[in-house]
Ligand binder design. Sequence first.
Ligand SMILES: C[S@@+](CC[C@H](N)C(=O)[O-])C[C@H]1O[C@@H](n2cnc3c(N)ncnc32)[C@H](O)[C@@H]1O
Length: 196
Amino acid sequence: MTGLPWDASYHDGPAPWDIGQPQPAIVRLASEGGFAGAVLDAGCGTGENALHVASRGFSVLGVDVAETALAIAREKPHDRGIEVEFAAADAFHLERLERRFETVLDCGLFHSFDGDERPGYVVSLASVTEHGGTLYVLCFSDDGPDTGPHPIRQEELRTAFNPSHGWNVAAVEPDRIQTRFHDNGAPAWFATIKRT
Ligand SMILES: C[S@@+](CC[C@H](N)C(=O)[O-])C[C@H]1O[C@@H](n2cnc3c(N)ncnc32)[C@H](O)[C@@H]1O
């Protein structure tokens, strides 16, 4: 688990990606009916996306390695009258959850992993995603200008989520990720990936 460095990001005020509200791309996805069944938010941070999806009536588990982020997230549901579960878990070993999800969300996690880490992550995701289920990945893209810190090429998504790992990339669309340091967000890919 790479928890300690991540946890430090949450110690002195909001992390650069922690915008205090759900990402607009996730709000749009929810309003379009993109979620179904039990939902996993991998790398949930302080939980705004998980909370938004749960507010639409879905059962949501948010997992993260950063205990400080989870502590912040766990304070939110009660105040808002929303039920969400938050748990410490390593995205490289999601099989340890011993649960399955129809929809899995990765908002800003995939792009934080190096190329040699991706196969392990992709296999881990496959272990908890129902066959026929859907994974959504929102990541920084190389489709600049003013790209985020770990821009991903579209081909990298297609290479990582390939059929031999149990995935079929259904769509990769240009989008934006809002951050605390971009006025209008950073260029992103919004990928819809089906578990075969
Ligand atoms: C860029 S942040 C995005 C957080 C959140 N999804 C959001 O949109 O605000 C990436 C998150 O992934 C978490 N993370 C990093 N490595 C992880 C791992 N191996 N397992 C679980 N979470 C991890 C970090 O602690 C951090 O909260």
